[in-house]
Design a protein around this ligand. Structure first.
Ligand SMILES: [Zn+2]
Length: 249
């Protein structure tokens, strides 16, 4: 039986395809789908927030512009989303914020990590966990394909990557959402470059996505130079958004 070829949309171009039963191409050789991943653009990481990233507010407008400008196959925004008793809060250990403590894997007593503890931030349903007003308004009216991914909600473990906790034990839905939408290219922006952006990008590389870090649409807590060069060494593309397009450096 002959099955008629079908036209299907990918971005702004039309592609001619045969039915997959008749003609199976290796995955993604005929089209490459791209997602914009907006990491933790939340009040607590912005000016006036409990864990404000210096100059974080400067990236809000251009991120909104970039999300609207390009024909993304998927736009994902992430939220750090902690219960009040979260283990990453200094207040839950009786120490000052930015102290380094030793943590034990929730599933393996022999596995330890030294990690920094933080001021209380992004507590579930608090104002600090909200998107800033302008981004919130954009997100609510945005008609393109979009998904919200929350992380950090298991109280006994830290999460930096939007893919999983730091012990790589609990996966969020991010990887399966990207796969469901056939995404291979991931463009990453948001906060903070030296923590959640870095770990999300390195996990995306580990999961074999093609990763582009838009360096001028991120801001750092402290280290501006190290994370981009480490990511580039791992295979990420470094790029800048110039107000109309993303230019690979
Ligand atoms: Zn957090």
């Amino acid at each position: 039986m002959l099955i008629a070829p079908q036209i299907f949309k990918c971005g702004s171009e039309d592609y001619l395809s045969l039915s997959p039963e008749l003609f199976t191409l290796p995955h993604n050789t005929h089209m490459t789908k791209s997602a914009l991943l907006i990491i933790d653009l939340q009040n607590d990481f912005l000016e006036g927030g409990s864990l404000a990233v210096p100059d974080g507010n400067e990236i809000i407008d251009p991120i909104i512009e970039l999300a609207q400008k390009k024909d993304w196959d998927l736009v994902i925004a992430t939220k750090d989303w902690h219960p009040q008793d979260h283990t990453s809060f200094a207040s839950n250990h009786g120490v000052k914020p930015y102290t380094e403590l030793e943590f034990t894997s929730p599933e393996n007593e022999a596995e330890k990590k030294i990690q920094m503890v933080w001021p209380d931030h992004c507590v579930q349903n608090s104002n600090g966990s909200e998107f800033p007003p302008k981004f919130k308004a954009f997100w609510e009216q945005f008609k393109g394909p979009k998904e919200l991914v929350k992380k950090g909600y298991l109280s006994d473990r830290e999460y930096y990557s939007a893919f999983s906790d730091v012990w790589k034990l609990h996966k969020t839905e991010l990887d399966s959402l990207l796969k469901e939408h056939g995404i291979r290219n991931v463009t990453i922006v948001g906060l903070a470059l030296d923590f959640c952006v870095f770990h999300t990008a390195s996990d995306a590389l580990r999961e074999n996505y093609s990763v582009t870090l838009v360096t001028n649409l991120t801001r750092s807590v402290a280290d501006r130079e190290g994370p981009p060069s480490k990511l580039q060494a791992l295979g990420a593309h470094l790029a800048e958004y110039n107000g109309s397009e993303i230019i690979i450096k």
